[in-house]
Design a protein around this ligand. Structure first.
Ligand code: PMP
Length: 381
């Protein structure tokens, strides 16, 4: 199998699975229990939190372990807006956010919040300028993803973080699902108040995510009950999941530079091969892109058709993101990034993991060439 859909999810690292199983077998107590067996589980939870904070250089933050970034994004955005609504009702975000941010912002609009979606077709400087121009007395939150999940563009998170230092009333939320464990994320340097991510995007487990948040922030919880997780996410805590998340994070971040260089070499090879093919457009006209994602279109072949044709060769890529790939419409994200509707409908996403190999990239290119020739022949009939 040639699996190149790692932005949708990655394989589980056996070490992560072992850590998860060990906690479930030996330390399955409830960390909220008063007795020593519960306290042992609590210690593991505290250790997982400390490790997570240290790996992200989050100096004045705490961790809410969640079921994944969708929950983290909802908690961060709704939580801040509901907690600070008496200070203002304006949010700034982008039109290319994941649905868990985009649709949450739309919901909040229905509740009476005002949302500014900045134009992301512009350069980095112009994006920053637009944000500064959009900031007003009423602004309480900026939510911007670090790396876009369909196109791979990298947003100027460091620069936004510096910009908002002038506006202490504004909270800064970053959806870092496609960046954590792949490119550097330094919460302190980047001045990030709230950061969301999911462990399954870097060889961790599905159902395990985190919201790392400034400990001085107020949030209105989404889930009420037994006051676990600093009172912000009630429900018996998944200690094994938290330990597994911290483990996956360490395994991804410690060799980050070497992994990045490896994936960059796969990216360079694949993009060069794609660009040499007739009728292939690589959607890469942005100043900063992650090497983990390649978005491209094969002229006159619908993305969905190409995905299915490649799967016949045991090659797995994606049309749009996994969360939106079942809709037949052109990707909202590609359109917002200035890709024409025609090219957007033909676009597919290939995404690497640290475990991807040059052999896999070569086999993908060979399969693609074969499939495109076959499909063009059929179209001529
Ligand atoms: N944000 C981004 C940028 C994503 O790519 C994803 C997953 N596709 C999510 C949020 C949601 O993550 P999960 O499905 O793990 O909750």
């Amino acid at each position: 199998m040639i699996y190149l859909d790692n932005s949708a999810t990655t394989s589980v690292d056996p070490e992560v699975l072992t850590a998860f199983t060990k906690v479930n077998q030996n330390f399955w107590g409830n960390p909220s229990s008063l007795h020593a067996f519960g306290a042992r589980a609590e210690q593991l939870l505290i250790q997982a939190e400390k490790q997570t904070l240290s790996l992200l250089n989050a100096k004045q933050h705490k961790v809410i372990f969640t079921s994944g970034a969708t929950e983290s994004n909802n908690l961060a955005i709704r939580g801040v807006c509901h907690a600070y609504k008496n200070r203002g009702c304006h949010i700034i975000t982008t039109p290319v956010e994941h649905a868990s941010v985009y649709e949450t912002a739309e919901d909040l609009e229905q509740e009476g919040f005002r949302v500014t979606f900045i134009d992301v077709k512009k350069s980095k400087t112009e994006i920053l300028k637009q944000i500064e121009e959009a900031i007003c007395e009423d602004t309480i939150l900026i939510s911007c993803m670090h790396v876009n999940n369909e196109m791979g563009m990298i947003f100027p998170i460091y620069e936004i973080g510096q910009l908002i230092k002038k506006y202490p009333k504004i909270k800064f939320h970053v959806d870092a699902v496609q960046s954590v464990g792949k490119i550097p994320v330094d919460m302190d340097k980047m001045n990030i108040d709230l950061l969301s991510f999911s462990a399954h995007k870097f060889h961790g487990l599905k159902g395990c995510g985190a919201l790392v948040m400034n400990q001085y922030l107020k949030l209105v919880p989404e889930i009420t009950g037994g006051h676990q997780m600093y009172g912000l996410r009630s429900g018996t805590i998944n200690v094994a999941g938290a330990v597994a998340l911290a483990k996956a994070l360490r395994l991804a971040i410690e060799p980050l530079n070497a992994n990045y260089n490896h994936v960059k070499s796969l990216y360079d090879y694949t993009v060069k091969e794609l660009k040499a093919m007739d009728g292939v457009t690589v959607n890469d006209c942005y100043p900063e892109l992650t090497p983990y994602i390649i978005n491209f279109a094969v002229e006159n072949i619908k993305g969905e058709t190409l995905v299915h044709a490649l799967e016949e060769h045991d090659v797995y890529i994606s049309a749009k993101s996994a969360c939106s790939s079942k809709s037949a419409q052109a990707s909202r994200i590609l359109l917002a990034l200035g890709v024409s509707e025609e090219v957007a409908l033909d676009s597919v996403r290939l995404s690497f993991a640290n475990t991807s190999t040059l052999e896999e990239a070569t086999q993908f290119i060979n399969a693609l060439k074969l499939v495109v020739v076959q499909m063009r022949k059929e179209m001529m009939k």
